[in-house]
Design a protein around this ligand. Structure first.
Ligand SMILES: [Zn+2]
Ligand SMILES: [Zn+2]
Length: 109
């Protein structure tokens, strides 16, 4: 399940720096919850255009703020589970496609 092609990117200094700058720009809050008036800490910087082996070396996709979204665990789960079902409740994909347990379980919005 782990996507080996994505790991060097996620471990790169460029990405870690970009991710931190983006989090700061969004004041560390989940963008989707904020739209509903909820202040939830953002945990994952999500790529709106999902990363693939074809675009992993394209900084316009991987490092452009236009393609990033700061999400809490629930919103991030929803984003990925909605597109990669089925996944049991309480499990989510992290940003490199690994299944991880998540608490609390996904909230219906
Ligand atoms: Zn959220
Ligand atoms: Zn994501």
């Amino acid at each position: 399940m782990a996507q080996d092609w994505a790991k060097p990117f996620y471990n790169s200094k460029k990405w870690i720096k970009c991710r931190e700058l983006y989090k700061q720009e969004k004041n560390g809050l989940c963008e989707r919850c904020l739209k509903r008036g909820i202040y939830n800490p953002g945990e994952e910087v999500h790529h709106k255009i999902w990363l693939t082996p074809q675009n992993i070396n394209d900084p316009e996709i991987t490092l452009s703020f236009c393609n990033l979204e700061l999400l809490c665990a629930s919103c991030h789960t929803y984003e990925h589970v909605g597109k990669l079902s089925p996944v049991r409740e309480g499990l989510m994909f992290n940003e490199i496609g690994e299944l991880v347990e998540v608490y609390p379980p996904i909230q219906e919005s």
